[in-house]
Design a protein around this ligand. Structure first.
Ligand code: HEM
Length: 445
């Protein structure tokens, strides 16, 4: 038991993460134990709570993640921050991320059927096209220039890709940007009221949905986005989209998903689809908006890796895996113990919150020699950035394809990219986020 609990506040204080992720401090804790108890004190940016077990080592993280019966995603949902009320918990439990088998298994199977290999191949082709278009837009007809890597390069890639998955009008994609910001803005006020979407260019569906947009309170804060009324406009949009795709199916993943009728698994209901839409709009968006700049920071700090990728594009898969490990865009997920159990030498009680630290596991010296080094030839590299077990990320292949496409395009088109100011980090203990990364670039002759 670590006695000085005040010294552990950095683990959950969102403000602390604006200085960068606590990789070294996690290393010292991991040396002492596989799992530690952390009290949760009320802080200016944190409501406090009953406390949680933090799982620090790779092997124990995998054990928790694969044992859904003992460590439930449903009972207390999957966020470090407890749901604000029983109603809020009931609301998030409708998303597959926060379900246990058998409900989870059924929905996951339907979704995996929709992401069949034909759909993935088609999406990957579009991803390469998007990467070229993004870099073209940055370069224009200049030979050198400056930009914000996050806003000008990273942010659009996942939006374009999600628009393809949903088969929605491309101009509506900025709605997803604003929705994800609303969710993130709950911890970081810089993102709270985002208005990237231009109503004049949106579809009829977008205009109808936006009529239900929640309004900020007198201090400019939006209602809790993890409650239904905090995301009324997203739900309306998802509802209209489902109706549209059932009436007039395209060859996108969502049309396939909604058209499925299977004797075993039944059909996706409109309500289930609405909840999936929420999950995708945030999970498939924010993770990459942070993961792509995280990868760029790795290359900026390790110019030899940039050079190696430029010389040999075949290295890309290994480079991307190492970026995902080194940066770890999603730092943790939560489970709740379903019964009393002995685990890693500790007595865990039924109902205890158990938080798996991907960030710590990805630097575990037992698995990764010299973990702080960014080693593009690391083999094997069993990082946990996409989770493990029954909830393993459904978008992992697409996320990898987006990162490969963008970094191959960058190294192909640019001779060099260098930082011109330090990155600004997100105020979040969940997403390892980058708010801005100013860079100077020079095109390859
Ligand atoms: C670098 C990018 C990404 C990272 C780091 C990431 C990370 C994760 C992690 C750690 C989980 C497991 C959650 C748990 O165990 O409770 C997860 C689940 C999930 N991810 Fe991702 N993700 C990324 C991109 C995407 C994309 C692009 C999509 C969609 C296109 C997506 C959709 C999902 C969904 C639907 C789940 C829930 C799966 C389930 O509950 O069975 N993710 N992701």
């Amino acid at each position: 038991m670590i006695k000085d609990q005040d010294a552990l506040e950095f683990l959950y204080d969102p403000m602390h993460y604006e200085q960068g992720a606590p990789v070294d401090a996690l290393g010292s804790l991991r040396e002492q134990a596989a799992i530690i108890w952390v009290e949760e004190h009320a802080l200016p940016q944190w409501p406090g709570g009953r406390g949680f077990w933090l799982v620090l080592r790779h092997a124990e993280c995998m054990q928790v993640l694969k044992n859904a019966r003992l460590f439930s995603s449903q009972r207390g949902a999957t966020q470090l921050r407890d749901p604000g009320s029983p109603e809020d918990l009931a609301y998030v439990q409708k998303m597959m991320l926060n379900m246990d088998p058998p409900e989870h298994t059924r929905l996951r199977r339907l979704l995996i059927n929709a992401f069949n290999s034909k759909a993935i191949t088609q999406l990957e082709l579009q991803i390469n096209h998007h990467a070229r278009a993004i870099v073209d837009r940055v370069i224009g007809d200049a030979t050198e220039g400056e930009c914000d890597f996050v806003k000008d390069i990273a942010a659009d890639m996942p939006l374009l890709c999600l628009a393809d998955i949903f088969g929605l009008p491309q101009q509506d994609r900025y709605l997803m940007f604003d929705w994800a910001n609303r969710v993130i803005g709950y911890q970081d006020p810089d993102y709270a009221v985002s208005a990237a979407f231009d109503q004049r260019q949106g579809s009829d569906m977008a205009r109808e949905a936006l009529a239900l947009r929640p309004q900020p309170d007198s201090e400019g804060r939006m209602p809790d986005p993890r409650s239904r009324h905090g995301m009324n406009d997203l739900y309306r949009y998802a509802h209209l989209l489902a109706e549209h795709k059932r009436r007039d199916p395209g060859d996108d993943v969502v049309s396939t998903l909604l058209a499925q009728v299977d004797d075993v698994d039944g059909k996706v209901s409109v309500e289930e689809f609405e909840n999936m839409f929420w999950l995708f709009a945030v999970a498939g968006n924010e993770t990459l908006r942070n993961g792509i700049p995280g990868g760029m920071i790795a290359l900026l700090q390790h110019p030899t890796a940039w050079q190696a990728l430029q010389d040999d594009p075949a290295l890309a898969p290994g480079v991307i895996e190492e970026m995902l490990r080194w940066w770890t865009p999603v730092m943790n997920f939560r489970r709740t113990a379903t019964r009393d159990t002995e685990f890693a030498g500790e007595s865990i009680k039924e109902g205890d919150k158990v938080v798996v630290s991907f960030l710590s596991a990805n630097y575990d010296e037992q698995v990764y020699p010299h973990p702080t080094e960014f080693d593009i030839h690391r083999e094997p590299n069993p990082h946990l950035s996409f989770g493990y077990g029954p909830h393993f990320c459904i978008g992992a292949q697409l996320a990898g394809a987006q990162m490969r496409a963008i970094f191959l395009e960058l190294t192909r088109r640019f001779d060099s990219i260098e930082a011109i100011a330090p990155p600004r980090y997100l105020r979040s203990n969940f997403q390892r986020g980058v708010k801005s990364l100013p860079v100077r670039w020079r095109v390859r002759s």
